[in-house]
Design a binder for this molecule. Sequence first.
Ligand code: GLV
Ligand code: MN
Ligand code: MN
Ligand code: MN
Length: 406
Amino acid sequence: MSAVPTTTATELLAAIKDVGTDPARGGYSRHGFDTAELELREWFTAEAGKRGLDVEVDRNGNIWAWWGAPGPDALVTGSHLDSVPGGGAFDGPLGVVSSLAAVDLLRAKGFKPSRPLALMVFAEEEGGRFGVPCLGSRLLTGATTAEAALKLKDSAGDTFADAVKAAGLDPDRIGKDEEALSRIGRFVELHVEQGRGLIDMDAPIGVATSILAHGRWRFRFTGEGNHAGATPMGARRDPMLPASQLILSARWAASSVDGARATVGRLVPTPGGTNVIASSVDVWLDARAPNDGRTRSVVERITAASKQAARDEGCELTVTEESYGDTVHFDAALREEVVAALGKAPALPTGAGHDAGILAAHVPTAMLFVRNPTGVSHAPEEHAEPDDCEAGVEALAKVLEKLAAE
Ligand code: GLV
Ligand code: MN
Ligand code: MN
Ligand code: MN
């Protein structure tokens, strides 16, 4: 390596600030293997190349940038570059740019890892395009099968199989990848905090303890499409009625279970015309709670209320579980090592899902959070101050330095 670049996380984020902006929604819409995400993947590959890291893409489209020879038992850090529709600039990219900036910091001080070290970019973490979150890490670990993934469709009707093919991957090789997984010895993900925990603790950096049990369910109500003006009110089978009952029941069901959350952020009526009674409507429910039992009980209450409302309106209902993951408790021993590397850092749980949560079922995993002064995430207002981003890079560098020297 000749000239070793030294960049800050803020400078790296500035370099990608125009990629995937969404003027209609505000913020960014960058989804797995779409034009914006592919551009960001190329950008990451070039940045890794500038640092002399060897880049490879695994069978499931996750990018690995190796400092030194590839694993096994490597120390791995990374996050994702895709966003929710109209998302913020930090959820995902902050972890990716911080991993590059941490390598710069470590290089500048002459550090050489004594074990393989890789930076990773996971594919389709938000599920913003194909509906299933953490698709790259789920496929890698086998949490989602190739069979299920390949037939997922985006809103344009393109399948995941089409998308991976267009991105240069082989759909026949998608799926559980024991060899790639065995290369990860320990995984550390840095992420912008998505709530107010660190604001309340007046701390720039924290260490994650757990992730809520959470999943996504698709409720399809089917009624009878008809004319808005010519169909008397008593002669309708309008699926929007039970759909609205579902939304109301999500609020009361989650409010009555300790620590639970339930959200309907996406509802798609078919055909979707102002003067048309919908023939069907798909309603996506996101439900989360501190444990499996409470999450399931929230979903059961919502399902029961939805079934009753569908019956009342003469509609049919089918419910599909699109994804699910039980509560994640991050590895206590690794968390202690991370805190020891930092000297001091508050611990906090999170309600957000992450690739680190999927990997945690297979390898010791830890997460660092960077304070978000707005407390808002999955929206353009998500933020992290440059000083806090740099504190995050320094913290990540300290953690990598300690763990890669072992
Ligand atoms: C992803 O960030 C999620 O928690 O849904
Ligand atoms: Mn997110
Ligand atoms: Mn994220
Ligand atoms: Mn996430």
